[in-house]
Design a protein around this ligand. Sequence first.
Ligand SMILES: Nc1ncnc2c1ncn2[C@@H]1O[C@H](COP(=O)(O)OP(=O)(O)OP(=O)(O)O)[C@@H](O)[C@H]1O
Ligand SMILES: [Mg+2]
Length: 174
Amino acid sequence: MPIIKKNCINEMKLCFAAVSENEAFARACVSSFLSQLDPLVSELAELKTAVSEAVTNSIVHGYRNISGGTVLLQMRLYADRRVYIKIRDKGCGIEDISKAMQPLFTTAPEEERAGLGFSVMESFTDSLRVKSSSGHGTVLVMEKILQEKDDGSIESEFSDKSRRKHRTCTPLRK
Ligand SMILES: Nc1ncnc2c1ncn2[C@@H]1O[C@H](COP(=O)(O)OP(=O)(O)OP(=O)(O)O)[C@@H](O)[C@H]1O
Ligand SMILES: [Mg+2]
């Protein structure tokens, strides 16, 4: 059965243990998978940070009192340069999603959490949808349309070089 949906040019699904080491792993996966679309350094940094926030939430909140949990990361790339990212955990779930998504709301102030993860995800993507139910886990879907690639003109060559130059820089971290 083909996994590719209409206009979808590539897709991946990854399931990993809910341990903090895998926050960096998820960032690296995003980088690697997105390279096919040749994103701008800023777009790449934004998507890596958004995914990192979501994965961290699954690990530190979703599976707070549950051991052996896993996180699913799914990505699809579309011909119109749309990037679809789904992150799912089967942890404790969120009781009140609108409250949880308010800037500065956190249930873990003692851990010096700022309550800004959802705000970061919202500002770094074009859309963010959250579904959750207590005791069953949480699913996040983020989408972002990447800027068009350069057309090969002299001016574009400039920006193309700058893309490549940027790509060799140390990745930005939050
Ligand atoms: N996957 C999840 N499972 C259960 N609860 C979650 C999940 N994601 C978020 N939450 C809840 O939503 C709240 C807000 O999340 P958000 O990421 O905005 O802030 P935070 O994680 O508390 O702080 P920060 O992200 O700034 O470190 C969390 O404090 C937590 O209660
Ligand atoms: Mg968070």
